[in-house]
Write a protein that binds this ligand. Structure first.
Ligand SMILES: C[S@@+](CC[C@H](N)C(=O)[O-])C[C@H]1O[C@@H](n2cnc3c(N)ncnc32)[C@H](O)[C@@H]1O
Length: 219
């Protein structure tokens, strides 16, 4: 046994998904349809084990009001909405009608549609328009990487004490290690991780699930 997080090969990853998450028929169909309709973009979808984590965090935190930045075809929104309290509500931010049309169909099918409000437009504008009171129980950031710090700065003050912020792709495929990285998205993630590390308003953990997920708890 080692204390260092190991690399998951394809086989071990398959084992983890098979034994650590139970994507149901709706989720499996959404994965398959995203792959079929948008083969070039399907890797943007969160993984089933991330989905299971988001559902569990929403349930543990008894989340009533959640915000998602970056919805795509709706898998993460479905995962979060399923974990909300019965009177819970999820606000989704995305700019794409094409992607979110798929999401809407699956939310309908899962009978979760009425819990989800989708606002199309740049997330920075949608978040700025939210009330400034700390009412958010859970948020998930998974959109354009260069916007992460702005989304964080909009969401932290609006998160209630004890509420959670979760953020995807914080390992940027390992490119966070490279001081000479020129890719604008990897640079943005590096800057974001430094920003969050210095932020005393939250407690913090980073998990190596998929491309890395940060979970922060508002003090
Ligand atoms: C990585 S995907 C999200 C994946 C999604 N969480 C899932 O589980 O399938 C990123 C999404 O962010 C959206 N996006 C990109 N720039 C945006 C912006 N400025 N404001 C809002 N959404 C944006 C894209 O349209 C895309 O659907």
């Amino acid at each position: 046994m080692t204390r260092e997080t190991g690399q998951l090969g394809a086989e071990l990853h398959h084992y983890l998904v098979e034994h650590g998450a139970r994507p149901d028929e709706v989720q499996r169909d959404l994965i398959a349809e995203t792959e079929r309709l948008l083969p070039e973009r399907a890797q943007m979808q969160i993984s089933p084990e991330q989905g299971a984590l988001l559902t569990m965090l929403a349930k543990i935190g008894r989340a009533r009001f959640a915000v998602e930045v970056g919805t795509f075809t709706g898998y993460s929104a479905l995962a979060i909405a399923r974990g909300l309290t019965p009177d819970g509500h999820l606000l989704c931010c995305d700019i794409s009608t094409e992607f979110t049309e798929v999401a809407r169909r699956y939310w309908e099918r899962d009978r979760i549609r009425e819990r989800i409000e989708l606002r199309l437009g740049p997330a920075s504008e949608t978040l700025r328009a939210l009330p400034e009171e700390p009412e958010i129980d859970l948020s998930f950031i998974d959109a354009d990487k260069t916007g992460y710090i702005d989304y964080w700065e909009q969401l932290v003050p609006r998160t209630r004490p004890g509420g959670l912020l979760t953020v995807d792709n914080v390992l940027a495929g390992g490119r966070v290690l490279d001081d000479d990285e020129t890719d604008i998205n990897a640079q943005a993630i590096r800057a974001f991780n430094e920003h969050v590390l210095r932020d005393d308003r939250v407690e913090l953990t980073m998990l190596p699930i998929s491309d890395g997920i940060t979970i922060a708890r508002r003090r």
